[in-house]
Every structure is written in C-alpha cells, then in structure tokens.
Design a protein around this ligand. Structure first.
Ligand SMILES: NC(=O)c1ccc[n+]([C@@H]2O[C@H](COP(=O)([O-])OP(=O)(O)OC[C@H]3O[C@@H](n4cnc5c(N)ncnc54)[C@H](O)[C@@H]3O)[C@@H](O)[C@H]2O)c1
Length: 299
C-alpha cells in the first residue's frame, strides 16, 4: 500500500543498508523520491539507486558522514534542489558501541575528538537533522507547513545493558527528545515521532569486528522481522490510516510481538516480549567487560 506516498520526498541517513535501506525500498515502491545520505552503499543499495536513477520516483545517493553537520546540510540541499520539496526525514544512521566508541575501551575511545562517536552519531546527528528538517519544512511551505521527522530509537532506551551503556543512553536520549518535540504538531503541523525497534538482524550486530549477533541464543531469542519494522515506520507517517494516527511525540515500539506505544510514565518496557530478548548478553558481554577492566583500567 502506498499511504499517500506518491510524489513525496524523503531523506534517510543510514539508508545505505539495514533498516534505512528497507525503508527506502518501501518508500520508492510507494512512489516517494528518496535521498540516501550515508557513508557508503551496499551492493543492494547501489543497485536500488541505479534502478531508480531516472524518472519518478527517483533515488539519489549523497555521500554523507552524518556526524559532520556541513555534510548533513549538503544532503538537505541536494534533496530540496533535486526534488523541490521534502516531506519525510529519517535520521536512521546509528552505531552499536564499537570499540572506538565503547565505555569499556578507554584506550580506543581516547583517539576520538573529546567525544564519543556513539553520541555524535546516535544523538547529535538526529538532533541536528531534526533542526535542519524543521527549518526546511518551514522554508518550503511557510503558509501550510507539513512534514515528518521519523527518528530511530530502540528498545535499548528502556533497558540496562552493561556491555553497551553508551548505546542505551543514546537511544534513551532520542526517545526523550522526540517526546519533547511532540508539541510541534499542534503548533505548526510538523510531526516528530520515533520508532523503537526490537532486535533486527542487520549488520549493526556484526559491524566493526565485533560479533554481538551471538548474544541471541537459538531456541531462546528470536529476531524481529525487518518488514514489521518498516510497517511500523509507515504507520507513523501522517495519513497512514491504520486505526488512527500516531500523534507527534509518539515513541512506537515494534517487535516480533507487535506494535506498542511506549508511555512517558510508568511504562512496562520491552519486558521479555518476542523479539526483544538477548539471552547471551550477560555471558558474552560480561566476559568482555571483565577482560576490558583487567586490560585497560587501573594500569
Ligand atoms: N538492528 C537492530 O537490532 C536495531 C534495533 C533497534 C534500533 N536500531 C537502530 O536502527 C538504526 C539502523 O540500524 P541498522 O540495524 O539498520 O544498522 P546497520 O548497521 O545495518 O545500518 C546503519 C547504517 O548507518 C550508516 N552509518 C554509520 N555511520 C554513519 C555515519 N557517520 N554517517 C552516515 N551513515 C552512517 C551505515 O553505513 C549503515 O548503512 C540505528 O539507529 C540503530 O541504532 C537497530
């Protein structure tokens, strides 16, 4: 189904693979132009961009390091100049505490520029992208502003996971930020919402030389299908019309168990629902923490 996507334009950071790429595919299928802003494309993404390189809808790749604000601005410029409009902005790029940005790897993180890359990419980039999106939406259509910023949080926002504390903190920040901006929809019609996916089998679990996919144990844990995630993203868009709208400020958890609005107060959290459990995190992550404490702390 197209949900009124025909003729619209979306900008997706991190659209070069994984969830962002699947979202891009679905938007293009619905007739929506897409700008993929990413550091790189997978072969699948490159083929997609080539397939939609002419005509309408169209896909454009803009090489973008989302932690560099000037490059983010360029991605917006490409979107508005190419398509003369912008309707959906998804700052989806994210990392999962690789050693260069992991609390338990002080020597590796010390090589960074007085910051943690997890926070630069998972917090500062979506916040900055939201600023640019609101500015662009208002400039393009000052009389009748519209547009959606669809941020990407995680079930990790509500979980304690000692091996990846920066990731959990970053996603909690994104959920909180979304809620604070929810009121914008009442002020000028711009919707800021966020998706909180369960565990999805993408390269985020195995990128940068770490294998965290093994934390999910066969027979105990299951992955959340990526199609369910993208269905949830579409449902967050205005006019999705699936049993009512999700208003600005919504944090929508999507797991193998289904969709659930995450409440601001007294929320139960993912609570062991299907597609949220990681049975091996304590065993593998615990060993990693103890090893790192011995190797890199107190020397
Ligand atoms: N996969 C999961 O289990 C899961 C669960 C919850 C939330 N999420 C979130 O979903 C989002 C997408 O994750 P995914 O699973 O598709 O991961 P992924 O690793 O498959 O894709 C991430 C994309 O971000 C891009 N990227 C990385 N650094 C970048 C940078 N500096 N600038 C621009 N692009 C950059 C990568 O090239 C890649 O295309 C992330 O925000 C992630 O935190 C994922």
């Amino acid at each position: 189904m197209s949900y009124g996507l025909q003729g619209k334009t979306a900008l997706i950071t991190g659209g070069g693979r994984g969830i962002g790429l699947e979202f891009a595919i679905r938007l293009l299928q619905g007739g929506c132009n897409v700008v993929i802003a990413d550091v790189a494309l997978t072969d699948e993404a490159r083929t997609l961009v080539e397939k939609y390189s002419k005509g309408s809808p169209k896909a454009v790749f803009q090489k973008t390091d989302a932690t560099e604000w000037a490059q983010l601005q360029e991605a917006f410029d490409v979107a508005t100049k190419t398509f003369n409009g912008l309707d959906i902005v998804c700052p989806g790029a994210g990392i999962f505490d690789p050693p260069i940005s992991n609390f338990w790897y002080p020597n590796e993180t010390a090589t960074q520029r007085s910051s943690y890359k997890t926070f630069d990419l998972n917090i500062n980039h979506p916040v900055r992208t939201t600023q640019l999106a609101i500015d662009t939406f208002l400039r393009l259509s000052p009389e009748k502003p519209h547009g959606t910023v669809l941020l990407v949080s995680s079930i990790a926002a509500q979980m304690a996971a000692a091996p990846v504390p920066l990731y959990c903190a970053s996603k909690a920040a994104v959920s909180s930020f979304t809620r604070s901006l929810g009121v914008l929809e009442q002020i000028n019609g711009i919707r800021v919402v966020c998706l909180a996916p369960g565990n999805v089998q993408t390269q985020i679990w195995t990128a940068d030389g770490v294998d965290r996919a093994k934390w999910l144990k066969e027979g105990e844990d299951i992955w959340t299908p990526i199609e369910a995630i993208v269905d949830g993203m579409i449902a967050l868009l205005p006019g999705a019309g699936e049993g009512g709208e999700y208003e600005g400020g919504t944090v929508l958890e999507v797991t193998a168990a289904g969709r659930r609005k995450v409440e601001i107060h007294n929320d139960a959290g993912p609570n062991g629902r299907k597609g949220t459990t990681v049975s091996g995190a304590g065993e593998y992550g615990g060993a990693e923490i103890i090893g790192q404490l011995q190797k890199e702390f107190g020397k």
